[in-house]
Write a new protein. Structure first.
Length: 99
């Protein structure tokens, strides 16, 4: 997705076994250079969102927050739709700030 700056962002975190503290899936970001998408300008070292609420920790697939949809709403803010524990659907907003 294009940011207000000319750069792009992608939001995703996933892991393989053994699972880290944040579980199977979580949400992070990477910001890519508009002229060379192989050039990473910034990335999250830790997840922005991960399983910590009861329905995310104890669902059909426990300890998972899986991003299902991302909708830009302007000014580098996004609505994120995710599944918690493969049991519920949740939504929240994230604002990207690159200074």
């Amino acid at each position: 997705m294009r940011l207000a700056s000319p750069h792009f962002t992608s939001l995703r975190f996933a892991s393989a076994q053994p699972f880290p503290y944040y579980g199977r899936c979580a949400l992070g970001y990477v910001i890519l250079d508009q002229n060379n998408i192989t050039n990473v300008l910034a990335r999250s070292e830790e997840p922005l969102v991960y399983a910590e609420l009861p329905w995310e920790l104890n669902g059909t697939t426990p300890v998972v927050v899986y991003t299902d949809g991302i909708r830009p709403i302007g000014n580098d803010e996004f609505i994120i739709y995710s599944g918690g524990g493969d049991t519920v659907i949740e939504g929240f907003s994230i604002k990207v700030n690159i200074d």
